[in-house]
Write a protein that binds this ligand. Sequence first.
Ligand SMILES: Cc1ncc(COP(=O)(O)O)c(C=O)c1O
Length: 385
Amino acid sequence: MDRETRLIRTGASSALPARTVNPPIQRGSTVLMANAADLYDDSLVSYGITGLATPAALQTALAELEGATNVTLYPSGLAAITGALLAVLKAGDEILVVDSAYKPTRRFCDQVLGRFGVITRYYDPALSPQALMALTTPKTRLIVLEAPGSLTFEMQDIPALAAAANARGVLTLIDNTWAAGFYFKPLDHGVTLSIQALTKYVGGHSDCFMGSVATKDPAVGQQLVDAVWDIGWSVSSDDAYTMLRGLRTMATRLPRHQENGLTVARWLQQRPEVARVLHPALPEDPGHALWKRDFTGACGLFGVVLKPARETAVHAFIDALRLFGLGFSWGGYESLAIHCDPQLKSRSIPVQLEGPLLRLHIGLESPADLIADLERGFAALNAAA
Ligand SMILES: Cc1ncc(COP(=O)(O)O)c(C=O)c1O
């Protein structure tokens, strides 16, 4: 062969690599098939958009985590939510979305699904299963659940809501990111679709985006797979490797997030500037009984309602923090803080809180250092009052 050909072909992989602890990062768009018949055999992996070794290993591990028979992957957590909705909905359907859903979920419903003839109505997270079912019509195809809710941390009675929806043939989808698939198993409680932003606790290091949708309904599983091909979502093997690596230590990290989070939350409950801490693992929280019944633990994310304070004082609190980063994500090893009031304005049902709302993500730092940081924040808040 000429030198150009030798340069292109020599060393091309064919033999199995050495057996390492982790699966290989198999990069590839083109997949080489063995013969002409295989090219059109749908049971084989024929194109690298799905099915390569690294994403496949992640899918297997996530199926174990969620108790699922089918897991599909998406390039972000939001793409997992929108991907699941696009896979199962059609023009003329109606969906009911909990008012405390992650805000971009509602933006997708209003701005995109609406254009394709799917109508969204928002419901109060406090609704009983009977009251929620009373909102359904023959066109209701799906109910979106989230527990605890984004920013306001309301719990929902997921088993009862799923049972009521199943009895009517209505699908259910839950954003299960807070429990990371570890502290709550929605599919075991009758929910059809469990989505997760793997970007948060599965990744765990604030450096990678990905989302997953898990189900054990075979027909819905097939719709998800079809939509992945029809729409063309793909995740890179490098990112799948990063997620798989995060997943291996998640069961060790989460209890520390829980413990640190509760230490800080209990300290905050004693502060004179705080009206209420929104954290379902605290016995005083209105969602505590449901959390205790259905969940086996809590992550490090919760809300803090301050006593009435001016916006400038809240900004002074946030700006005085040195350890807490100011950032919108969560689930990494580091602590983060945001103020939430601007986001609450898009809710359909007005949120009644005593004062401004903060959201804290408690990371793996020492709680004593985090408390000292928050003390700095309160000093600044009081000085600006
Ligand atoms: C509850 C919840 N669901 C989904 C997402 C979306 O995840 P991603 O940022 O990977 O799109 C987020 C992100 O903040 C979230 O908080």
